[in-house]
Ligand binder design. Structure first.
Ligand SMILES: Nc1nc2c(ncn2[C@@H]2O[C@H](COP(=O)(O)OP(=O)(O)OP(=O)(O)O)[C@@H](O)[C@H]2O)c(=O)[nH]1
Ligand SMILES: [Mg+2]
Length: 285
């Protein structure tokens, strides 16, 4: 499925628009203003993919998906967009790369990192989160094992995102030293996003990563990538299976799953809002 065309120009320009919703007036990117104009069914599919899946479940099964734990309003999602929009006053930029924790930038602001098997779509997801900062270069590749270092990106004065090398196939030799030490010792690490490919589900290497997050008592969140590659029925089956695993086998994992696509942008706005919230930037939520 192609990315909605209405996004392309405004996304590049990162235009701000003023919207009125009820009695409140607020500012958002032109891109999100256009999303708000979509018919309800399309908007739900794009912004709340889990909600869209839930509609196809029998009523008795609906509560299984825990989609009301993080359930922001469209206004909150619009507000969160501004953190991810590059401007002179909100500079989004690549900071540095590191192969050892003591080479990581010394920052006090909250940090979130993205881990997962090689090729699961970590760099693509970050690139998509930065679609309103097109000058930020995030390298993606078809070849697994592309990202070799921990890459730090600054989002204004608010938080830092870290793109990690992948584990499993073609992982860098120093992966364990680099990533485990980072996860265990990085003091400003606020949340770890563990990406799982929605097509193949949780694999052996993911179980090792999950065990590591549990052992280090990290608060982590499971993000299901590449949902554009799944039919609705297949995705529903995968989501229910992964949800069951999270509910029964994990302690530190956030109960709500975040399905996303870097191709259709499905789930991306909600994830931006979640990141803005957990880093303490959407205080009213
Ligand atoms: N269809 C589809 N393809 C995706 C999506 N996200 C990533 N890909 C593709 O998956 C491949 C790997 O993407 P990357 O973002 O480089 O994966 P990575 O997890 O950073 O991989 P490493 O750096 O090697 O660990 C690329 O060919 C991407 O185009 C998605 O949401 N949908
Ligand atoms: Mg990568």
């Amino acid at each position: 499925m192609a990315a909605p065309r209405l996004w392309s120009v405004s996304r590049l320009l990162g235009i701000q628009a003023t919207l009125r919703c009820g009695s409140r007036v607020y500012s958002t990117s032109q891109a999100f203003a256009e999303v708000l104009q979509l018919p309800k069914s399309k908007l739900t599919k794009l912004v709340f993919p889990l909600q869209e899946l839930e509609r196809h479940l029998l009523p008795a099964w609906r509560s299984e998906l825990h989609l009301n734990i993080f359930d922001p309003s469209l206004q909150d999602i619009a507000r969160a967009e501004s953190f991810f929009t590059h401007s002179e006053r909100n500079r989004i930029e690549y900071l540095s790369s590191a192969v050892r924790l003591d080479h990581a930038p010394d920052l006090l602001r909250p940090e979130v990192c993205f881990i997962g098997r090689s090729n699961v779509g970590k760099s693509s997801l970050i690139k998509t989160l930065f679609s309103l900062a097109p000058e930020v270069e995030v390298r993606v590749s078809k070849k697994p094992g592309h990202t070799k270092k921990m890459n730090f990106f600054k989002v204004g004065k608010y938080f830092t995102l870290v793109d990690m090398p992948g584990y499993g196939y073609r992982a860098p030799e120093d992966f364990a030293d680099m990533v485990e030490t980072y996860l265990k010792e990085r003091r400003n690490l606020t949340r770890t996003f563990l990406l799982v490919d929605s097509v193949v589900g949780i694999q052996k290497a993911d179980h090792i990563a999950i065990e590591m997050c549990e052992e280090f008592s990290l608060p982590y969140v499971m993000v299901l990538t590449k949902i554009d590659k799944c039919s609705k029925g297949y995705l529903l089956k995968q989501v229910l299976q992964i949800q069951k695993f999270v509910d029964s086998k994990t302690q530190g994992c956030f109960p709500q799953l975040f399905p996303v696509s870097a191709v259709t942008y499905s789930g991306i706005h909600l994830l931006k809002c979640f990141i803005a919230n957990i880093t303490g930037n959407l205080k009213s939520l």
